[in-house]
Write a protein that binds this ligand. Structure first.
Ligand code: MLT
Length: 260
């Protein structure tokens, strides 16, 4: 069966695969392409249902494992068979953990940005189920608007006012069924806290000083659990440091890639 994820490949070299968060698309990584592509093959993924990829339903993508295996299929379909470095932001990080569980031999490195290894609390799960129902009954904008204020730091909003417009355009154009499917799949995700010690793949963990969704404390704890990891904090960034502080983000990523 044809994979749902859609991928865009820039340049040649060792492959680095970028997985965006919810409810975004591959344009999250626009600032990384120019910085990386002379040295690495940059592979941007539109996850199933997002951006230019095919629409999905909750039955087809019930959990993060289904997203991870679809990404693997889309890489194979584009003949990306060498071991990769996978960079996952938030939901992309949940998928990267599942990718490690299913295909550890495919990974040279892992970069976890603004994400968590723990599963949802019962309350968080309930909220996701409610928001999924809102997306279907009232539309995407109503379901995702409350997230908007948490994604960017004050500093990012002041320095780059266009970021808010980009976010609204990307988030509000996601089909309601994709919102529903990805929320329910995140609510179903497994807890990886007790498995972190088995992830020996070299890892970089990136947090933002102003991130309320994946706090620096949560991410530092995640990094401590990973036996082969480095922890870095980006200043004046909330949940989307690749867009908010692209130079700092690119420096950290390039340094990590050079170290592998
Ligand atoms: C994301 O950015 O992907 C979301 O904040 C993840 C989540 O809702 O847990």
């Amino acid at each position: 069966m044809k994979p749902y994820s859609n991928i865009e490949i820039h340049g040649t070299g060792s492959p680095v695969v970028f997985l965006h968060g919810y409810p975004l698309n591959r344009s999250l990584w626009d600032n990384q392409v120019a910085a990386m592509k002379g040295r690495h093959q940059v592979i941007l993924v539109d996850l199933p249902g997002f951006g230019s990829s095919l629409p999905i339903s909750s039955e087809q993508f019930p959990d993060m494992a289904a997203f991870a295996s679809d990404v693997r299929q889309s890489l194979s379909a584009s003949s990306v068979d060498d071991p990769i470095v996978m960079v996952g932001l938030s939901m992309g990080g949940y998928i990267a953990l599942e990718f490690w569980r299913q295909f550890p031999e495919q990974l040279r490195g892992l970069v976890f940005c603004h994400t968590k290894s723990s599963a949802d609390t019962p309350e968080a799960k309930q909220n996701r189920v409610k928001t999924a129902a809102t997306a279907v009954s009232k539309g995407t904008s109503e379901a995702v608007a409350p997230m908007l204020e948490k994604l960017l730091s004050e500093c990012s909003r002041m320095n780059d006012p266009a970021l808010d417009g980009w976010l609204r355009e990307v988030m509000f154009s996601v089909p309601p069924k994709t919102i529903e499917a990805s929320l329910l799949a995140m609510a179903n995700r497994d807890d990886f806290d007790d498995r972190l010690s088995q992830i020996t793949t070299p890892s970089l963990v990136i947090a933002g000083t102003d991130d309320e969704i994946a706090t620096t404390e949560t991410m530092q704890k995640m990094s401590r659990g990973l036996p082969n990891s480095r922890f870095e904090v980006i200043h004046d960034a909330a949940h989307l440091s690749p867009k908010e502080q692209p130079d700092d983000f690119n420096d950290l990523l390039l340094e990590f890639l050079e170290s592998l």
